[in-house]
Design a protein around this ligand. Structure first.
Ligand SMILES: Cc1ncc(COP(=O)(O)O)c(C=O)c1O
Length: 484
């Protein structure tokens, strides 16, 4: 079979007289010579420039042609043989295989959009970390790295490091009223992964799921991804309206709630609602997903007992996270499972990412044991309270009565509502005019309902920037419509 005629061998050296008509392009390739010759020939075969059945030049000739050692070419041919792209015929030479794949798909241009969330003022999901704590964290990481032992080198328990689970069990008992054996705690890469893991076990596609309305959009997305049929359940000044949930979907499989500090409204669920929710879960054989994301930062009085702490029927799956109390880049959270779910959830974990990475878990266990964690919480509480007050006071001072601000007792965000008669689209326009990064209240709703407003994160931003942002937002709101 005749060789294709073009283009000639290009090796980065000027063509010599008598160049082989082999379509081999080696210019610009990286790596050892043998790998480059192999790659050049492989590309020519896959692209069809070297036809199936055609004969490759003798290794000696090609070596002379390229000005390289013969062994280098032999190595490349052997690699092509292992790939199955060429066949060696005894006494006849090396031939392109008669059946070769049609070649790699042309490289696609991947969209270059950067998905890192905004850091503009009021963006949620940011925290402040004291330099002191960062120093301790660095030292603890260094110590753990120096004493790296076999525990970190092999496979581990799907629940994650026992030491951290023990520290967490102590912390939960003292500060959240949740008494659990560390064997029921699973370390995860944040609430998001915890929800996904548990929903994979307890929910079948099409099952109804109560979702707080307004509610946390990331939880809504994970419920949707699990195939849940979302049932919006309204939230009033006392938390989730359980009777409405019972009316809309009595047989729902799960209910997602943030009872200690409802996201985004900031309401704490009243005790009669909590009891009603737990009774419904027991009657319906349903699971309550308690997202307890920011209870460490309570500004007035002691922290409220978690729902999981009063759950005699053991229908609550409790989710905690280090994303607020420390910082989200840690990707560290934990789930407290009711006893019947321990085995199936651990089996699901083992079948997905097996177990969590162990190094940082040990570091956190050290920080908690040394008291650095609780010291950090105490310090940050004061700082976040000051940030909250700066935002609330500035909004009140400049909004001319056009914003109703709820000052929360807990957490790292607050809600500022427009007046009930503000026109549709007003919130988005005010936000644009003020050049701030707030979420709109309407973005957290499943069912539309006035008034719209802003969910403003005040952690992880400088007080000066918060004041400036609050002033711009308040003035934009005031310019849009002053109450009659
Ligand atoms: C309501 C709520 N739940 C949970 C989380 C934490 O999520 P993760 O642990 O996946 O970072 C956040 C963080 O912003 C939140 O606002």
């Amino acid at each position: 079979m005749p060789m294709p005629t073009n283009p000639a061998v290009t090796s980065g050296k000027p063509d010599r007289p008598g160049a082989l008509d082999l379509p081999l392009h080696l210019d610009g390739m990286r790596g050892p010579q043998s790998a480059r010759v192999h790659q050049g020939l492989r590309d020519a075969i896959l692209a069809g420039r070297l036809a199936p059945g055609s004969r490759l030049p003798a290794s000696r000739l090609l070596a002379v042609q390229l000005g390289i050692r013969r062994n280098t070419v032999v190595g490349a041919y052997e690699q092509l043989l292992s790939d199955g792209l060429v066949e060696a015929r005894v006494g006849a030479g090396t031939f392109v295989a008669s059946h070769v794949p049609s070649g790699p798909a042309p490289p696609e241009r991947t969209p270059a959009t950067d998905m890192t969330p905004s850091r503009e003022v009021f963006s949620l999901g940011r925290t402040s970390v004291y330099a002191l704590l960062l120093g301790r964290l660095r030292r603890a990481v260094g110590k753990r790295l120096r004493t790296l032992d076999p525990v970190h080198l092999g496979y581990g328990d799907p629940r994650g490091c026992r030491e951290l689970r023990e520290r967490l069990a102590e912390h939960l008992a003292v500060s959240r009223g949740v008494h659990c054996d560390p064997g029921r705690i699973v370390l995860v890469s944040g609430t998001q992964q915890g929800l996904q893991l548990c929903l994979g076990v307890v929910l079948r596609p099409g099952d109804a799921a109560w979702m707080e309305d307004p509610g946390y959009p990331a939880a809504r997305r994970v419920l949707e991804a699990a195939g849940a049929r979302l049932v919006p359940v309204p939230v009033d000044g006392h938390g989730l309206v359980v009777d409405e949930g019972r009316r809309r979907a009595p047989g729902a499989r799960v209910a997602y709630v943030t009872p200690s500090h409802q996201f985004p409204t900031g309401v704490a669920m009243r005790m009669d609602r909590r009891i009603a929710l737990l009774e419904w879960a027991r009657d319906a054989d349903a699971w309550v997903l308690e997202d307890d994301y920011d209870s460490e930062f309570r500004y007035g009085g002691p922290p409220l007992t978690a729902l999981a702490g009063i759950d005699a029927a053991q229908r609550v799956i409790y989710f905690g996270t280090f994303s607020k109390v420390l910082f989200p880049g840690l990707r560290m959270g934990y789930v407290v499972l009711p006893p019947p779910l321990v085995e199936p959830v651990l089996a699901a974990r083992a079948a997905s990412d097996r177990f969590p990475p162990s190094l940082l878990e040990g570091v956190l266990a050290d920080l908690i044991a040394a008291g650095d964690f609780s010291a950090h919480i105490r310090r940050m509480r004061g700082r976040y309270r000051a940030a909250r007050d700066a935002v609330a006071d500035t909004l009140a001072a400049h909004a001319d009565g056009t914003l109703q601000v709820t000052v929360p007792d807990q957490g790292l965000h607050l809600v500022a509502r427009l007046l009930p008669d503000s026109p549709p689209g007003a919130a988005a326009r005010i936000k644009d005019a003020a050049r701030v990064q707030a979420w709109l209240l309407s973005e957290t709703r499943l069912e539309p309902g006035p008034p719209d407003g802003f969910v403003l994160g005040f952690s992880g931003h400088e007080i000066g920037a918060l004041r400036d942002g609050a002033k711009r937002l308040a003035k934009a709101a005031a310019a849009f419509g002053t109450p009659a």
